[in-house]
Design a protein around this ligand. Structure first.
Ligand code: PHE
Length: 501
């Protein structure tokens, strides 16, 4: 069976209606083809697509099909017999200037009319011509019915070309679907299986089940993939800077640590404000840390109580209970301390090292737009012989320039474990002011020497938050839009990649 989509534009339709009909037909053809495809995939039918060009009258052509060609209308407007003429002005009034102008030329050429020999302001029919055949109108009527003239013959083709030149017809593409019965032809539609299930295997029904064909042209569903949180994207950039500079990553999996590593090993006095419950989360259960290295602890106690290696110490009674208190680490410097201790005591002895970490820390702080009770620190330490404050400053300049931050200032600051300590500032062009971007310093001998690091080895260190540069990068003003239960998953999924600088 040959299904042909109908292309005829019936007389009486205007050009806009014809266009609209064709648009609907194009949609319909696509819809039809979709249905045919689905039947084909079940092998119920086979089909091929055939194209054909057909024609429809233009709006002018449509008018001619209804009212006749200009030349015929000029001829009809003249009195019969061919004796009496009609005044041009009168004809213009009756037919319109265009029809007269165009129609008289054609009518002259066809020898239907002539100038009145007695009055050249008048037109007259050619004598003895009692009827004419308006071929143009006939052709256009045929085209609006069948889309072609003379069944597509050579002569018809020539006429089509002529009408096209006169803008009386426009070509249209026609789709045919040549449809035939397929091996599974049926008048009822069976629901096809899409999956081979374990039940089918067990019952054996798979043997007789009808499966849907694979469609290898299908686009496939978009896989539900995870997305990296903006903090992780920025962290990756920091990691790359560190790796580029020859740093190794420290293991940071100890969120809960002892006060020993978080404070005492860092030469933070046991009465220090940071150890207050206001600033630090203490762990209730278990109450006390195990595995504090006893030898090293002894040297730390000595450094705190009486001083050692030339220091006078803090001169207070060190409490073992306080050092054993477990805390949620307040800074990643707890990790740096444990690593420095371990490289001081590694087999083969101390070797220079560059280490970094990026991970979570916890502080018992009032939560506001820029503070959370937990955040991430980016921290680096460099341990080598004869490192100086100049190295620290030069190093910070290189490190931050890799983030695109070049304009640095250093301000003296205080940390119990570093001397000197420097806060790092950078000029923020947007905020038009200097903003603190990090904290740094040279670790004190009171911290390093009890660890067993050789004399002459100095360690520089610095830390910054991961949240601050991330918020600046992503233009986030409230930290609660970045981290925590209120953030939108959508914003995480849509967050752009980050590249430093
Ligand atoms: N621990 C410091 C802080 O929390 C950062 C720092 C690390 C400072 C290393 C000096 C040396 O701000």
């Amino acid at each position: 069976t040959l299904y042909k989509t109908d292309s005829s534009a019936s007389a009486g339709q205007d050009a806009k209606a014809v266009d609209e009909a064709f648009r609907r037909r194009a949609d319909w053809q696509l819809g039809l083809q979709g249905i045919l495809n689905s039947l084909k995939s079940r092998e119920m039918i086979t089909y091929t697509v055939l194209n054909e060009i057909s024609h429809v009258p233009s709006s002018e052509g449509h008018l001619i099909a209804q009212e006749g060609s200009p030349e015929a209308r000029v001829w009809s407007a003249l009195p019969a017999g061919g004796k009496e003429g009609k005044d041009m002005d009168e004809l213009r009034k009756a037919l319109g200037a265009d029809v007269l102008k165009f129609g008289q030329g054609k009518a002259f050429a066809k020898k239907w009319v002539r100038k009145d020999p007695t009055n050249d302001k008048k037109l007259v029919r050619v004598e003895g011509l009692d009827s004419i055949r308006d071929e143009t109108q006939d052709d256009l009527r045929e085209i609006s019915k069948s889309g072609q003239i003379d069944g597509g013959s050579k002569a018809g083709e020539k006429k089509l070309l002529e009408l096209k030149k006169r803008n009386l017809i426009t070509p249209r593409k026609l789709l045919y679907f040549d449809v035939a019965k397929g091996p599974n032809f049926s008048l009822t539609l069976e629901k096809l299986e899409t999956d081979l299930t374990s039940e089918m295997l067990v019952s054996g029904s798979w043997k007789t089940a009808n499966f849907k064909q694979y469609n290898f042209d299908a686009e496939g569903a978009v896989p539900a993939a995870g997305a990296l949180h903006p903090l992780l994207k920025v962290r990756e950039e920091f990691r790359n800077i560190f790796f580029e500079m020859g740093f190794a990553e420290m293991p940071t999996n100890r969120f809960v640590d002892s006060s020993f590593w978080c404070f005492d090993a860092l030469y933070v006095p046991q009465q220090h404000a940071a150890r207050d419950v206001q600033d630090t989360f203490f762990v209730k259960d278990p109450q006390a840390a195990k595995n504090i290295p006893e030898d090293y602890l002894k040297r730390v106690v000595e450094a705190h109580e009486n001083g050692s290696f030339g220091s006078t110490g803090y001169r207070y009674k060190f409490s073992r209970a306080v050092t054993e208190k477990l805390v949620l680490r307040t800074h990643t410097t707890a990790v740096s301390a444990a690593m420095l201790y371990s490289i001081a005591n590694q087999p083969g002895g101390f070797k220079p090292a560059k280490l970094f970490s990026i991970d979570r820390v916890f502080r018992n702080e009032a939560v506001d737009a820029t503070h959370l009770a937990e955040f991430h620190q980016v921290e680096g330490v460099v341990a080598d012989y004869d490192i100086t404050l100049g190295d620290l400053i030069g190093f910070m300049q290189i490190f931050f320039s890799k983030m695109g931050v070049t304009n640095l200032r250093f301000k003296p600051a205080y940390n119990p474990y570093t001397e000197p300590s420097l806060e790092i500032f950078s000029y923020h062009a947007g905020l038009k002011k200097w903003v603190e971007i990090g904290n740094s310093g040279m670790f004190r001998p009171e911290m390093l020497r009890p660890m067993g690091l050789p004399e002459g080895v100095n360690v520089l260190g610095w830390g910054l938050s991961l949240e601050r540069p991330t918020m600046i990068r992503y233009g986030i003003n409230n930290i609660r839009d970045l981290l925590g239960h209120k953030i939108s998953i959508d914003s995480v999924q849509k967050a752009a990649a980050v590249r430093f600088p």
